[in-house]
Write a protein that binds this ligand. Structure first.
Ligand code: 3HC
Length: 323
């Protein structure tokens, strides 16, 4: 059933359904899978939730590269737990997308065919182990700023998936900060390694929040429907305000000479973001885009036998129960 449009006035029952949907959103209540919803609400949610899920799964690659080279058993165990968490976040989110009629195998194919996106941040290389700490501190810190409001998203399954994701993100961010603090209390070379990683990841972390609101084709409708609770600029600002004092505790310098506290607002002013870089990375021209997609394709194709076996087994069990 598609939403009523100007040239196709809604049938009375559809108008009532639209009014009920609008009243539910206005009352800040949840839309659930069995509720009527405008087609644009459904497709917009699949778009965002699928990209979110793809980001979690692709996001396993940059840190996963360091699992065999972690400097201690403790660091390896922590990193293993984090990477496994990201896989679980992806599964929650694909499950949330499936409540809207999407199919995770189809979404994965769209990702691999570059018909759906994932977060630009995962297209940068992890050159040293300090990158693992900086990803936890900055990237997961940015994810927390972006995902906590999504716990109040108007779509029930998405909001509920975010609650557990955000609890685990807090661990991700803290382990990254603790890793960096350990290195900053280490040798001069370790301190230089941390500063180098901060220099490389700071601006791409700000780009995670998307283009400026004025250039965001999705934000207005997404916020009107209560999917997104704040604009890209507000969430980016919250992240900067949260992170600058943490950088001071760590003893690192954020690579922005214009960064300064505005006493009038109590918020940090920061320098211009290079939007051409975000556009290039989203278009597939980042440092690691091809590698990330190639590995995702290899994982899908190399493990197809597992999916097939599980599908056949499940069908057989269903048939046995039915007979
Ligand atoms: N990387 C890739 N694509 C991006 C992007 C980025 N950093 N920022 C924006 N885009 C894309 C959008 O998807 C949109 O393209 P589309 O219409 O083809 O989907 C276009 O650029 C315009 O951006 P908009 O601001 O209009 O798009 P949105 O309203 O969807 O806002 C968003 C973008 C803020 C990323 C929003 O989609 C969102 O909040 N998504 C859910 C959270 C999420 O995906 N977080 C990032 C990664 S998850 C993560 O970090 C996990 C942690 O464990 C590491």
């Amino acid at each position: 059933m598609s939403a009523p449009t100007l040239d196709r006035p809604a049938a009375p029952d559809e108008r009532a359904l639209q009014e009920h949907f609008d009243a539910t959103i206005a009352a800040d209540k949840r839309i659930e899978p069995r509720d009527w919803m405008p087609e644009g609400y459904r497709t917009g949610l699949i778009r965002q939730i699928a990209q979110h899920a793809h980001s979690e799964i692709i996001g396993m690659q940059p840190e996963g590269d360091w699992l065999l080279a972690a400097p201690s058993l403790r660091r390896k165990a922590i990193l293993l737990a984090k990477v496994q968490d990201e896989a679980g976040h992806g599964m929650y989110l694909y499950s949330a997308a499936e409540t809207l009629g999407a199919d995770r195998a189809d979404l994965t194919d769209k990702l691999i065919e570059r018909k759906q996106k994932y977060s630009s941040i995962f297209n940068y290389p992890t050159l040293t182990f300090a990158d693992v700490g900086v990803i936890g501190w900055l990237v997961d810190g940015a994810a927390i700023c972006n995902q906590v409001p999504l716990c109040r998203s108007s779509y029930g399954p998405y909001a509920r998936a975010m609650i557990r994701v955000c609890k685990e993100e807090s661990f991700h961010q803290r382990q990254g900060f603790e890793l960096l603090m350990t290195m900053m209390r280490g040798t001069e070379a370790q301190r230089a390694m941390v500063q180098d990683a901060v220099d490389r990841w700071w601006w791409p972390s700000l780009m995670m929040f998307g283009p400026p609101d004025v250039d965001s084709p999705n934000s207005a409708q997404s916020m009107a429907w209560g999917v997104k609770r704040h604009g890209n600029d507000e969430l980016r600002q919250r992240f900067v305000d949260m992170t600058v004092p943490q950088a001071a505790v760590l003893g690192v310098t954020l690579p922005d000479p214009e960064l300064a506290l505005d006493p009038a607002t109590g918020r940090y002013r920061f320098g211009p973001i290079d939007w051409s870089e975000l556009k290039a990375v989203i278009a597939g021209n980042g440092p690691c885009n091809d590698e990330r997609i190639a590995r995702r394709r290899a994982a899908r194709d190399g493990n197809a036998w597992v999916t097939e076996a599980a599908t056949v087994y499940a069908a057989k069990r269903t048939q046995e129960h039915a007979s």
